[in-house]
Design a protein around this ligand. Structure first.
Ligand SMILES: Cc1cc2nc3c(=O)[nH]c(=O)nc-3n(C[C@H](O)[C@H](O)[C@H](O)COP(=O)(O)OP(=O)(O)OC[C@H]3O[C@@H](n4cnc5c(N)ncnc54)[C@H](O)[C@@H]3O)c2cc1C
Length: 413
């Protein structure tokens, strides 16, 4: 006899979705997080349910554009080499996955999972009565250079071939859609299937509140270890040990730091990303706008205008890199015209595997542990469907969609 059917570690979008799906199926569930629900990376992202986002970061163009990306003064990527060299496995695997064939297979796997994203998220939104936090105006991507616009041709063809609806707009049409844009537009594409969460942290809190209302158990404690036997899992939190039929590891970028979880052995890396918030400036746009060359999104959201994105390869503990914030502020003004001083800034940690696929499935060596992390740039989008898959696995059922590509025991290259 165990204390609960399921313990879920981590109350970000992935863990809360898993906990709510499992509770809706009637399992007894304890959700645990060291912090408040939704306070981690799920709070500060670019707010976009990016169902079009199947093209991974590991792409052949990374190799050809590497010198400019690494050493350009205006690059959306920055790398702390001392950190990167201490983690050669992640870097080498990532570069191996940038080759055309693996990159193509990753895009196919992500597109297949993304095609179920809304089916995983919408029932949770409905269950929690969170429709007021969702806006459905699509997403606009723009390219500001002729070279970028040309290179986009092949990417858009790949996305369309994988079932993504992408509407090409003229410069005037894009400008009419978003009159606040002040930059020269070389190419613009509207993804009508995308949606926006107006406040991602509020969405997680709403899902969490519904979980608790349905009788789900919640504890704000740090999980310090997991141990399994053939019949149960023991989860150490605070001074207690809780027993469960299964435990879900959904601790985002920190999943690998939970001893005994099996995640310690996986090549989980961190892509740091930033946002700047400009309170009172949300009126400048009506939907998320991605500026391809600059590597960030501009999003009108509940608290104002959020400029979110860029990638920094550095240790989670490293201090905030103020050069990254200055880059976003400078590019934001190029995109939208002069902006006031930002109201606040934020640093978040994308949990990223070197093959850009999330990790969803039983831990190697124990079917008492279910891994659910590594959602990189797509956690807000894929949290709901990951939660549904996890609930299937927690019930001992086979998910009704292919999940082998996301198995924790796969080869990461
Ligand atoms: C700048 C930026 C922009 C982004 N934009 C988008 C976007 O537009 N669309 C999109 O889909 N995705 C986006 N993402 C990615 C998305 O935010 C992440 O993939 C997602 O938030 C990951 O969710 P998670 O639940 O796995 O992790 P988190 O939200 O980080 O949650 C993990 C939780 O685990 C807890 N935890 C960790 N260790 C322990 C422990 N030992 N014990 C107890 N609790 C623990 C933490 O406190 C935390 O609350 C963006 C990310 C960034 C950084």
């Amino acid at each position: 006899m165990t204390d609960v059917d399921l313990v879920v570690v981590g109350a970000g979008i992935v863990g809360v979705s898993a906990a709510l799906w499992a509770r809706m199926r009637g399992l007894s569930v304890l959700l645990v997080d060291a912090e408040a629900p939704g306070a981690g990376t799920s709070s500060g992202n670019a707010c976009t349910i990016a169902t079009y986002g199947c093209l991974p970061m590991c792409d052949p163009s990374v190799i050809s554009g590497l010198p400019g990306l690494l050493f350009g003064s205006d690059s959306p990527l920055s790398v702390d080499w001392s950190h990167a060299l201490r983690h050669p496995r992640w870097m080498l695997s990532f570069l191996a996955n940038c080759r055309a064939a693996p990159s193509r297979r990753i895009a196919e796997d992500l597109a297949a999972l993304l095609s179920h994203a809304d089916a995983g998220l919408n029932p949770l939104i409905a269950e929690a009565g969170a429709e007021d936090l969702i806006a459905a105006r699509g997403q606009l991507t723009i390219w500001s250079t002729a070279a970028g616009a040309r290179a986009a041709e092949a990417d858009l063809a790949r996305q369309r071939a994988l079932g993504v609806e992408a509407r090409e707009l003229t410069r005037d049409e894009a400008q009419a859609l978003e009159p606040g844009l002040r930059i020269g537009i070389e190419r613009a594409v509207h993804f009508p299937g995308a949606r926006q969460v107006t406040d991602p942290e509020a969405l997680v809190r709403r899902l969490h509140a519904r979980f608790v209302a349905l009788g789900g158990l919640w504890r704000q404690e740090r999980v310090t270890g997991v141990r399994t036997t053939p019949t149960l899992a023991e989860v150490a939190l605070g001074a207690d040990t809780v027993t469960a039929g299964r435990v879900v590891i959904a601790a985002g970028a920190f999943s690998g730091r939970i001893p005994g979880s099996g995640a310690e052995a996986l090549p989980l890396g961190v892509e740091r990303g930033y946002h700047l918030l400009f309170a009172g400036e949300g009126h400048r746009l009506t939907r998320p706008v991605g500026w391809n060359e600059a590597g960030f999104y501009s999003v009108p959201m509940a608290h104002g205008l959020r400029l979110a994105g860029t990638v920094e390869i550095a240790a989670p503990e490293a201090p905030v890199n103020h050069k990254r914030l200055a880059y976003i502020a400078r590019k934001g003004a190029e995109l939208l015209g002069p902006l006031p001083e930002p109201t606040s800034h934020w640093l978040g940690f994308r949990p990223s595997m070197p093959d850009a696929r999330p990790v969803i499935g039983h831990a190697p060596g124990s079917d008492r542990i279910i891994h659910a992390f590594g959602h990189q740039h797509l956690g807000l989008t894929l949290g709901g469907i990951t939660g549904r898959i996890v609930a299937d696995m927690a019930e001992g059922r086979q998910p009704n969609l292919p999940v082998a590509a996301f198995d924790p025991g796969r080869r990461y290259r």
